[in-house]
Ligand binder design. Structure first.
Ligand code: IPE
Ligand code: IPE
Ligand code: MG
Length: 245
């Protein structure tokens, strides 16, 4: 499985990743869970760089879910601290690689220092055009769908839109993911076979790829493997194979 086998004219424009397995990785080594999160940063760097080098336009990383607030307070605090530190530490690398940072999720629940560091990095990288890295922070797909529904209902109530105007396109535009194409490929590490409330609407027709590699061990070659697997699939969108030929 090598980078050279990847067909650059058939790259997914958008890859979404559920970065999972940090806790188990640490446990295997007899360390605290936080050690796993700290070591996951290298994988984030590898994958972002790998995607940018290939020419993938968007990469969305699931970094913290709405449900993750229910973890022990100590782990939540450690994750938020790591987040601030990483965003600060990685801004120079994002600049070097021409990567623009963005975020989706419930900003109102993020700690102040986290939010200001995030906004600072988003502002600093806003003119980069090679790739966009979207962090899903305090995000869940159901949260996004509920909010979009409220927005649409409000607009209908105010007479700004007619019921007939509520269609797929309007829902697309109302979700926090509206700026980006829907991911063609979604990857989950660590062997878990579920979506865990990540981009539900947006992955309606995504190709799903699961690997048992734990997130801190994830490297560019694993990304290449996933992309090659994606390129071997036939995306039929309801049609028959014969129709596609
Ligand atoms: C993923 O690793 C990182 C976050 C959810 C923040 P986990 O912390 O879920 O690791 P496991 O699944 O317990 O091994
Ligand atoms: C999903 O991982 C969330 C992130 C990767 C940020 P979890 O490890 O929290 O998912 P579940 O709870 O095991 O499904
Ligand atoms: Mg997990």
């Amino acid at each position: 499985m090598s980078k050279e086998s990847i067909k650059l004219d058939r790259l997914p424009k958008h890859i979404a990743i559920i970065m999972d397995g940090n806790g188990r990785w640490a446990k295997e080594k007899g360390k605290f869970r936080v050690f796993g999160h700290q070591n996951g940063v290298k994988a984030v760097r590898e994958v972002s760089e790998g995607c940018a080098e290939l020419g993938v336009e968007c990469l969305t990383l699931y970094a913290f879910s709405t449900e993750n607030w229910n973890r022990p307070k100590m782990e939540v605090n450690a994750l938020m601290t790591l987040l601030v530190k990483t965003i600060k530490g990685e801004t120079a690398t994002l600049m070097k690689n021409g990567i623009k940072l963005d975020a989706i999720g419930d900003r109102s629940t993020l700690p102040k220092d986290c939010l200001s560091q995030l906004d600072e990095a988003i502002e600093a990288t806003k003119n980069n055009t090679r790739m966009t890295l979207i962090l899903a922070l305090s995000y869940s797909a159901k949260w996004d769908i509920v909010n979009a529904t409220k927005t649409i209902a409000e607009r209908a109530k105010n007479g700004e839109i007619e019921l007939e105007e509520i269609d797929e396109e309007l829902i697309n535009q109302t979700l926090t993911t509206h700026k980006y194409p829907h991911p063609e490929l979604m990857i989950r590490t660590s062997g878990e076979l579920r979506i865990s409330n990540f981009l539900l609407w947006e992955i309606a027709y995504s190709e799903l790829y699961f690997t048992t590699v734990l997130w801190p061990d994830y490297r560019k070659e694993h990304l290449y493997e996933a992309i090659l697997d994606y390129q071997s699939r036939e995306r039929r969108f309801g049609k028959t194979s014969e129709q596609l030929a």
